[in-house]
Design a binder for this molecule. Structure first.
Ligand code: DC
Length: 229
């Protein structure tokens, strides 16, 4: 297949990562979850004791931190390995304290421009599936395929809660729901690159669909777009 770029955007827990990874595997494309990069910067800030309100220091950190996302690592359920300056932070960036702080960190324009630059470099040669909030609108406005994956807040919260419970974390569905609602609000109302549906994106609501159904739908959109060229 010609090396096209595929952008998948959508709110937290809409299934973007699962679908993005499966679609990339089916096509033999590189898969990059850009949310992991914002999480890595948040992790580094907390690790160094930087206040989340300290925009200048966090921006400098985003400019200096070396983030690598690689498709190897121990077989411990991970989709990929995330390294920050060589340290494996794959699981650390999934902790509740990162969920609590990543949205304000990702709203800083300087953090965004540093990470968007890296994301565009990764996507330069095509053959990529990039997943995030602003891929189709800002990072890759010329991506050949743009998908916006959605699901109701209740269903997204149920999925996140089930994942957390399966990993042995004790958390109530109510708490997961209110945290997701708060992240939705910050991600979609921030001034710089808010979560939005690109004008030329295909919207897929996964609320009542299985993972297989969504992968089939996304592959169908890709085939259709390729047929149109
Ligand atoms: O998809 P996620 O939950 O891992 O994303 C973590 C945070 O990063 C989320 O609050 C939104 C932000 N993000 C973003 O602003 N732009 C992206 N391209 C990806 C994620």
């Amino acid at each position: 297949m010609r090396s096209i770029s595929i952008a998948i955007d959508g709110p937290a827990a809409s299934g973007k990562s699962t679908i993005g990874a499966l679609v990339a595997a089916r096509l033999g494309f590189v898969y990059i979850d850009t949310g992991a990069m914002y999480r890595a910067v948040t992790w580094a800030a907390l690790e160094r004791g930087v206040a989340i309100a300290d925009e200048a220091t966090i921006t400098a950190l985003a400019q200096q931190l070396r983030i690598d996302i690689i498709n190897t690592g121990p077989a411990d359920g991970r989709q990929y390995t995330v390294l920050a300056d060589g340290v494996d932070i794959t699981w650390a960036i999934r902790e509740p304290k990162i969920n609590d702080h990543v949205s304000p960190v990702s709203a800083y324009p300087g953090v965004r421009s540093a990470l968007v630059r890296q994301q565009r470099r990764i996507a330069e040669r095509g053959g990529v599936v990039l997943v995030g909030r602003d891929i189709g609108t800002v990072v890759l406005p010329c991506a050949e395929v743009k998908i916006y994956l959605d699901a109701t807040l209740q269903e997204r919260a149920r999925r996140r809660w089930a994942e957390a419970t399966a990993r042995g974390l004790q958390v109530s569905l109510e708490k997961v729901t209110s945290e997701l609602a708060m992240r939705d609000r910050i991600d979609s109302t921030r001034a710089d690159s808010p979560l939005a549906v690109a004008a030329d994106a295909c919207v897929i609501d996964s609320t009542t669909l299985s993972i297989d159904d969504v992968v089939t739908a996304v592959l169908g959109v890709i085939a259709e777009k390729r047929g149109c060229r």
